[in-house]
Design a protein around this ligand. Structure first.
Ligand code: NDP
Length: 268
């Protein structure tokens, strides 16, 4: 296994209180980085903080309530990171959720909400943390990695607004990568398919046959959805790709993405 020492570096993970973000925070802590996470629900955030501190007792960890759609929250989060750690080397724009709706049942308001969430969950944290990332670039690594979805390239009509917004964000990430390259800040993304999350656990509780295990239920869904690897992804698998793109392991990569979809992508 490749070892990388992130002592002295600071990773910020939006939506780090659950799922992919939490798995990513763990990887950074394990590698010795200081980590800041945020989320809206203070109870979930406190639980995540307690779990991370129990696993990594020496962790330099900051957990702060912040809605990435709220400018004041995001500025205050960046100020708290600056005050506690004095720098940011890696920003993971992960916070968010998907919206299931067809064109027929998506209202104007729903469109606006979805575009707002997908764009501003990237724009606001990027803007707030950019001065620290620029400063960190002089020490050899400054990176932004965005959690995006394969829907950006392969839209699904039952998630019409999410697919469309994801495509726009992928385009934005490319522009950002080119604009920030002279400042030595790299910008990349991961495109995920289906990753086990609270949302899927809740659907399992509602829809599974009596006695049907989680593994059997997800394997059946993976078959129906034609996922070549035959299963959902795990948060840790998405987190590993984020870790790679955030660290010097990928020092010559910017404006690019890693597909973490189990082979669902149909394009070459
Ligand atoms: P989880 O629901 O497990 O985690 C989402 C995290 O984001 C939570 O910590 C949540 O905390 C936080 N969050 C959501 N909205 C905001 C907000 N406005 N401000 C701050 N924090 C927020 O889901 P996943 O780990 O699966 O999702 C991570 C990312 O991956 C999301 O952007 C999601 O859209 C994307 N994705 C996931 C897929 C999957 O199959 N799981 C597929 C495609 C994309 P809180 O609710 O307390 O704010």
């Amino acid at each position: 296994m490749i070892q990388i020492d992130l002592n002295g570096q600071v990773a910020v993970v939006t939506g780090g209180s659950s799922g992919i973000g939490l798995a990513c925070a763990q990887l950074f802590l394990r590698a010795g980085a200081s980590v800041a996470i945020c989320g809206r629900d203070t109870e979930r955030l406190a639980q995540a903080e307690a779990a991370l501190s129990a696993k990594y007792p020496d962790a330099r960890l900051l957990a702060r309530r912040c809605d990435v759609l709220n400018t004041e929250d995001v500025s205050a989060f960046a100020e708290a990171v600056q005050a506690r750690f004095g720098r940011t080397d890696m920003l993971i724009n992960n916070a968010g959720q998907g919206r299931v709706s067809t064109f027929a049942d998506t209202s104007d308001e729903a469109w606006r909400e979805e575009l707002d969430l997908k764009y501003f969950s990237v724009i606001r944290p990027t803007r707030a943390f950019l001065p620290m990332l620029r400063d960190a670039a002089g020490s050899g690594n400054a990176a932004i990695v965005c959690v995006n979805s394969l829907l950006a390239l392969q839209p699904e009509p039952h998630m019409v607004a999410t697919s469309s917004a994801r495509a726009g964000v992928q385009n934005l990430i490319k522009s950002l990568a080119v604009e920030l390259a002279p400042q030595r800040v790299r910008v990349n993304s991961i495109l995920i398919g289906i990753v086990e999350s609270g949302q899927w656990r809740r659907r399992y509780a509602k829809e599974a046959q009596p006695g049907q295990s989680w593994d059997d239920w997800t394997a059946e869904l993976a078959r129906k959805k034609n996922i070549p690897l035959g299963r959902f992804g795990k948060p840790e698998e998405a987190a590993q790709a984020l870790f790679y793109l955030a660290t010097t392991l990928s020092s010559y990569t910017t404006g690019s993405h890693i597909d973490v979809s189990g082979g669902v992508a149909r394009h070459v």
